[in-house]
Design a protein around this ligand. Structure first.
Ligand SMILES: Nc1ncnc2c1ncn2[C@@H]1O[C@H](COP(=O)(O)OP(=O)(O)O)[C@@H](O)[C@H]1O
Ligand SMILES: [Mg+2]
Length: 298
């Protein structure tokens, strides 16, 4: 199973969230630092403790001879201690992304039998997004903040992501949103409505816990019960359930066209037990953000 996470401009936390969710995954999980602008995890959660010998480029070289499943096992590092999920460090420099065989990487990662893969695909729009990663994923998670700037940026990005996926021959029915720090001022349903995407979960603003994942801070005693870790456990369960549903749906329906479920703007969470809710591209241009709170400007 492959799940990719991307963030919208102005939304912090794709690296933090990917690691936090993987740390609470109920099956064996590995993280791949696939940020096209270069990887942050060795210097971040790894705090520079180990040299950058293993990385995405080495993974591709090794996969050519031993196959992706074995190569992945060889390239994993776990510098951050027991709380830290194993990960493959990312690219050493931004330009390297252009030379990476993303299609081979993504296809290989979906077929790893011994672990689920959570990929940090970086910020959408700052560098060419690795589309094959998004196309091969069971789910693509877009992280969005709740301030106007962040929601607007995400609102503009969603149709572009959908169009890119469609143009590349894929489908865009597997894009879901997660709100980081809702209520600043927008809530989950307003954001779902603005993005025309299901918002499946939210994450709290929790700087001390986030610093464990982004900067290798000491987890400390209350780490496992911290707000971010608890929310990450909930998100992990949601993602596992949705990705499993989608996998089953895909397995049973590769030859038929997806069910035509009407757009469910404003939906928070997907319909449990129902058909995979395909979310068609918006048929009308998205309206501006609806303001339901008086604070925050004119
Ligand atoms: N849920 C959160 N609560 C508080 N701070 C966060 C949260 N997620 C991320 N951060 C902080 O935001 C900054 C950027 O996080 P990072 O995960 O590196 O983002 P990205 O990978 O999107 O650039 C870091 O300082 C990190 O500690
Ligand atoms: Mg990052």
């Amino acid at each position: 199973m492959l799940i990719s996470l991307i963030s919208a401009k102005g939304s912090p936390g794709v690296t933090t969230t990917t690691l936090a969710v993987a740390s609470r995954w109920s099956r064996p999980a590995v993280v791949v630092d696939a940020d096209p602008l270069s990887g942050d995890m060795l210097a971040g959660v790894g705090a520079g403790r180990i040299p950058a010998a293993a990385n995405l480029m080495e993974l591709m070289v090794a996969a050519r001879t031993v196959g992706m499943a074995d190569a992945l096992a060889d390239q994993l590092v776990r510098p951050g201690g027991e709380h830290c999920p194993p990960f493959v460090p990312g690219l050493g420099a931004p330009g390297q992304a252009a030379g990476l065989a993303w299609e081979k990487l993504a296809a290989g990662l979906t077929s790893v039998p011994w672990a689920d893969v959570l990929a940090d695909c970086g910020r959408y729009g700052t560098a060419p997004t690795p589309l094959p990663m998004l196309m091969h994923s069971e789910l693509v998670v877009l992280l969005v903040g709740s301030c106007l700037r962040s929601v607007r940026a995400a609102q503009r990005s969603v149709p572009v992501i959908r169009a890119e996926l469609t143009r590349a021959g894929g489908v865009a029915d597997h894009l879901v949103a997660v709100v980081v720090d809702p209520g600043q001022p927008y809530g989950q349903s307003e954001i779902a409505e603005a993005l025309e995407l299901p918002v499946i979960a939210w994450l709290p603003h929790d700087p001390p816990t986030a610093a464990v994942w982004s900067d290798g801070a000491d987890p400390g005693r209350g780490f496992a019960r911290s707000p971010l870790q608890r929310a990450a456990a909930h998100l992990a369960a949601q993602l596992m359930s949705l990705a499993t549903q989608r996998q089953a749906w895909l397995d049973g329906s590769r030859s038929r066209t997806p069910p035509d479920v009407p757009a469910q703007a404003g939906l928070v969470g997907l319909v449990p037990g129902g058909e995979w809710p395909v979310i068609p591209a918006p048929t009308t241009p998205a309206n501006g953000m609806r303001r339901s709170r008086s604070e925050g400007g004119s």
